[in-house]
Design a protein around this ligand. Sequence first.
Ligand SMILES: Cc1ncc(COP(=O)(O)O)c(C=O)c1O
Length: 382
Amino acid sequence: MSNRSINIKLFEPVIEQEEIDSVIRVLKSGWLAQGPEVEMFEKEFAEYIGVRYSAAVSNGTVALMLALKALGIGQGDEVLVPDYTFIATATAPLMVGAIPKFVDVDVNTFNIDIEDLKNKISDRTKAVIVVHLFGHPANIKAVKEVIGDKNIMLIEDAAQAHGAEAWGQKVGSFGDAAIFSFYATKNITTGEGGMVVSDKKEVIEKVKLLRNHGQISRYIHAELGGNYRMTSIQAAIGRAQLRKLDRLNEIRRDNAQLLSAIITSINAQYGNVIELPVEEPWARHVYHLYAIKLKDKTLRDYLYECMNSNGVEVAINYPLPLHSQPLFKSLGYKDCCPTSSNLALRELSLPVHPKLSRNDINTISMVLSKCIDNYIHFTSIT
Ligand SMILES: Cc1ncc(COP(=O)(O)O)c(C=O)c1O
C-alpha cells in the first residue's frame, strides 16, 4: 500500500441548505447574540431529550462547570468521575474547586464500572458524573441504585450521546442535570456550543444566571458569573441540526452494522484479532465513535499508523487514562483503575460518521484487512 493523504476523515459535520438558510435568516434579523433563537433551541432540545428545562451555553466544558455550580458542588467537594473519558469531565470539577476521584470503567462499554463505583463512593462524595462514552449509555439504573437515597448529585455527561437511549429513555433525562456538547465533531454541532438540561427549574435558572454575569436586572449583578452565552447564529444551526439528529443517528447505526459485519469476516480469517463495540440489550448506541479494541498496544499502534498512512483517518480515544494525565500526576494522583489503563492501550476509533458512502466503508474494510494482514505477516517473520 502506498502512502497518500487522508481521504476518509474520522469526523465530518453534516451541514445542508437548512443550516445555511437558518444562519442567513439570523444574520438578516440583526439579532446575533443570545435572544429568542436561543430560547427556541433550548425549548426544542429539552423536548427532544424529554426534560422540562434547559440552558444553552458556549460549550460542553462550561455546561459541566455551570451544572456542578448550580447543583451546589464547589470547594473541596468530592466528585466521582470515570477514569476513561475526555479530560473535561474531570477538569470541570477542578475548575469549580471540587476534587475529582476516579472510578474504573467497564471493559465492554468503556463506561463507569458499578463494582468500582460501590468501592469508591463514600461519605465525602457529593456528586457522581457518569459519561455516556462514544454514544453508548452508561448503566444509569445501576448507578442510581448505588447512590440510593444518599444526598449525592447525579450528573450525566452526554457530550457524545445526543439521542442515545437506555431502557427506551433518552440519556440526559436520568440525572439531577445533564450536559451536551455541540463541538464540530459531535453527533450534532453548532461549531462550539453546549447545553445543560434538568427537570429542576432552580438548577436551570441558576445556570442562566451564571452564564450572564450573575445579572438579575440590567447591570445589577447578584453573584459571580461570566459570559458563557450561546449566540443566535449557533442556536439557529443547532435547531436545524436537531431536526435531523434521528436520521443522522440511524445512518451512524447502519454504518456501525456494516463495519461490524466486515470486522466479523476479518476475525474469521485472522482469528478474532478485533473486539467489536458492544451494545447492551437495554441500550441504543448512537456511535459517536466506532471504538474497537485490539489484543495489545503493539497491534493497536501498528493499525493506527498503517490506516492513517493509507488514507483512512483513525484515532486513539484516549491514549492515557485520566489518572495518568500529566495534569493529574502533577496533582499527586496514583494508579487507580486497571481496566481503564488497559483500554487506553488497546482502543482504536474508526470512521462511522453519516457522510461515509458505501464506497468509503469498502475502503475502510480493505485498508483494515490489508493492515491486519501486513501485521500478521510482519510478526510471523520477525
Ligand atoms: C465526554 C466529554 N465531556 C465533555 C466535553 C466537553 O465539551 P466541549 O468540547 O464542547 O467543551 C467533551 C467534548 O469533547 C466530551 O467528549
